[in-house]
Structure formats: C-alpha cells, structure tokens
Design a protein around this ligand. Sequence first.
Ligand code: SF4
Length: 350
Amino acid sequence: MESKPKNLELLGLNLNQLQDVAVENSEPAFRGRQLHKWIYEKGICDLQDITVLPKSWRNLLIQKGFTVGHLHEIKRLIAKDKTIKLLLKTNDGETIETVGIPSRNRLTICISSQIGCSMGCQFCATGKDGLRRSLKASEIVSQFFAIKEAFDRRPSHVVFMGMGEPLLNIESVLSSIYCLNKDLGIGQRRITLSTVGVKNTLPKLAELALNYLGTVQFTLALSLHAPNQNLREALIPTAKSYPLNTLLDDCRHYLDITGRRVSFEYILLGDVNDNNEHAEELADLVGGFQSHVNLIAYNPIDGEDFQRPSLKRVQNFMNVLEKRGIAVSLRTSRGLDKNAACGQLRRIHL
Ligand code: SF4
C-alpha cells in the first residue's frame, strides 16, 4: 500500500520544501516554484485553481491527500471600530479565533498558536476550557489569509497574542514566523511573540530561533501581569513553578543569545494590580532591562470577577513608570463589543 506523505498541507512549506514536494511527486523542481507563487502571492485556496500546473498533476496531488491547507471561516464578528474577529474551523472540527485590528497605516493580525490553552491564567477566557491541541504551522499561517480575505487587504503586522501559549508550540510557531517573514514578506520587526513564560523554554526558543531564522529580529514580549511573585502566582497558576527571578534571568540570557531585548506586557486589572505601589514595584523589577512596558487595560469577560481599571488608575500607573524612566505605552483596547475578549467567541460555540 502506498504510504501517505507526512505533511499534507502545503501552506507553511517554504520554497525548498515545495520544490521537494514537486520532485518527490515526479515533476521538476520548477513546479514547486509555481506552487509557491500561487499559494503565497496569489493566495489560492484550492489546488485545482492552480491552473498553471498540469491538470493530471493537480489531480495526483489531490488524490494523495495534499491540500493548500486553508481553514474555514464559520463566524465573523465586526466591532464598531472595524476590528474583525473570525472563528475558523480546522480539518478535525476544532475551532480557533483570529483577530484583525485595522488602523490607517497598519493591519495587525492577532494570531492563535494553540486550540485552547493549558496555562489557566485567571483573567483569560481561553484558559477556561484547557488545551485541545497545538496548531500546525499551516493552521497558523492560514490565519494570515483569513484576515487578508476579511479585510481585502494584506496584514502588515503579526502578534502571537491569540489563543494559546506560543512557547508550548515552539517549532510550529517558528516555522510559521519563517513563512510569514520569508514567504509572505512580513518583516521580522513587525512580528511579536507574546508569552506568559514557560519554564525551560526561553533558552530553547533563542537557540531554535537562530537556527530557523538566521537572525532574530522579532519582538519577544513577556506577559508579566504582576510585579511580585505572590500576585503573579495568584493570576497565573503556572508561575508557581517558575519564579520571577528565574524568569527574568532567562530574559537576560535570551538577550545575550539573540541580541534582542525582551519587552514586557502588563494587563491592568482594576483594584488587583493597578495601584501606584504596584507600579513602583514593577519599575524596580524591569528598570535594569531598558525595555518597553506595554500596559493593557483589562477587557472584562462574562462571569469573571475582574474589573476594568479606572482611567485615573491607568494614568497614575503610567505616570509612576515614566517618572522612573521606563518607556511605557498603553495599548488601546480594540473591539470592545460583546464577546471580543480572547477566547470568548470560541467558548460560546463549544
Ligand atoms: S492569557 Fe495566554 S497563556 Fe494565559 S491562559 Fe490565556 S491564552 Fe493561555
């Protein structure tokens, strides 16, 4: 019996890999270049539509189980500010969310790296139902095309801040970064990978990123969310096994290996981690890094106790950091309509 190819989705494969697919399937390497052009430049979803290829070869690939690998959109929410959240269905019937956030000069796509999440952060809807599985590189890259189609415009920036913890899916995430960068032309500096921190993974990320990409220029954003270990453990259960000191040491090591500073994310939860003392503590913690701190005002989800912080508290928090010489910005909340927080749309469709 003929054995099936290991990777049936062509999306996520680079030029060399597509050339290999061509040669392994009895065609010259230039067929791989044609596949590459039609999949990435033209955004073709169906192998049958790659009309530059001989029909008999298209049929052969389809017979063998090859697909381009696009996910299917099953639900679309459009916020008043034109942010679009899509619910996409995978081939095995799972669902993931992806979000497009437009502004005049950019279209940012907030990408999911897993179906669900095992980290269980207290303030996050995605973590409520645990992890189903990690996404393949093709499923990650497919989100780019889904958002491109929804906006009829190319995404310019990518943030891995959707469902899942990217450092629990490092290889697929790095493959997809390679593809977004080299095959789809998004500069690495326009890509941000956000992590809440997973023990023993930052050194591996640094090493593999250098191997995969040659140079590391994407931004690694560490979601701190608390200025001390106790509060962090209360908000992020997995922080118990990964003390803040070790985590920050790993960030220094990451800088040594890759030459890229880690930036910090901090979600402001009303009356939980948003007072001036917290801001002072945070400044003590990250002051030596000369890194940027991104503040995010919490986006409330149904059935959660957490509140959005008041504007005054947010402003005070920023003022404290600025006075301490920390570069800080407040990320504008987008798509604050119903079910807009990460993981909410998927939850109501489970
Ligand atoms: S915030 Fe991120 S890491 Fe935490 S549960 Fe949600 S998706 Fe997972």
